[in-house]
Design a protein around this ligand. Sequence first.
Ligand code: H79
Length: 446
Amino acid sequence: MDARSIIYEINSRLPFYNVLAKDLYEKTAEETAAHERRMKWWREARFGMFIHWGLYSVAAGKWNGISIPHYGEWIMHNAQIPDKKYSRLAGKFNPLKFNAGEWVSIAKNAGMKYIVITAKHHEGFSLYHTKMSKYNMVDATPFGHDVIAELARECSKQGIRFGLYYSQLDWHHAISPNFFGLTINFDKYYEFMKGQIKELLSGYGDICELFFDGDWMLQWNMKLGAELEQLCRSLQPDVIINNRIGKRPILVMIPAAARYTMQTTCGDYETPEQFFPDIIPNRDWESNITMNDTFGYKENDNNWKTSTALIRNLIEIVSRNGNFLLNVGPTGEGAIPEPSVKRLSEIGDWMRINGDSINGAKAGPIQNQRWGRSTRKPGKVFLHIFNWPRGVLRVDGIDEYVKKAYLLSDRSRKPLKIEHVGDSLNITLPEKAPDRAASVVVMMTG
Ligand code: H79
């Protein structure tokens, strides 16, 4: 390791490293301008689908008939399965129910604007036809399709964007399925990884987002991240890259602490996992959240969140300028589990009526109210009401004059009775909430 790598390595582990090492990481004006340009569609999209699919989907959370606790995609680690045994799952991966068109329309009908799928998770198995190794969907399974290619094609056909998840941590290359992914010939593995990134960014059309993961692996550091980021940008200048391409300081990985330090400087955006911050962060961010308690399919995990909870998650996230990447874990047969499909369809029903308050919207002027949340667009503030009041809703903290208010679900846009009282507004609402998840009032401002 040279001196600079050591500085990078130490800094990336300090809680306030972005303050201490500002000069090392600060973006140039030109880089900032390029970032602003490529983020435009992403800031409007607001809602995407995460897909975790791999050999762990075949295991479905069980090993030798025993249910293994925690995330399904971590089963190799959680049951300490040696690579030689684990890799035999490939021979059983024959997802005859897989239909790229169907998956893409499920996302689209939910109001999602992009899809991000695991090209390679920690297990080290590639879902696409890589030439860097035979351990992939085409060469090692009876199915033999390049599912990444099929999904990429289908996304472009149906007009939604396509992105990839890629794990630096790789248990197929590591000495064992260990948390820190210790790899003997790391230099060789790094060349392999760069080869794969080149393939993925040159053979599958426009990649909208690259979600790196496993940056905590022992041998990864900020310098490698910066180099890899350059490689990605040389192939696709507009690809949006997450912060995990670098190395997150440890505190950013802990939800309670992330509230205060949720800022790294690598890539384009922050990646709170299984939570969202309760303040408005000063950087672009995207929460990735599961519908049950696992990313990769587990046949025994039936702890599903309600569609109401998921709709409210989406609203809360947009009310703080974030994106929502909602996960599905298809089965080893290639089907998105029915409970997930049901929830996505219910979210879609809500989005068809209320999507204008989400897509293209950003944080509203009013935060964290007992009655709900707010988002805004030029000339409009959207009030997302979770707790429907009896009669009159009193709204405090409005920063623009309100000319008119109506319910987004009301096609005729019949004005609601409003009354200005100082900086507050009293809105008279109908007796019954139009939607039990969240009813949206539009305030025309200016
Ligand atoms: O891909 C999904 C997760 O598999 C991955 N990131 C998202 C996008 C992820 N990486 N790390 N973690 C999640 C958190 C790791 C938690 C751990 Fe554990 C605690 C690893 C070992 C102890 C959870 C509990 C997994 C195994 C036991």
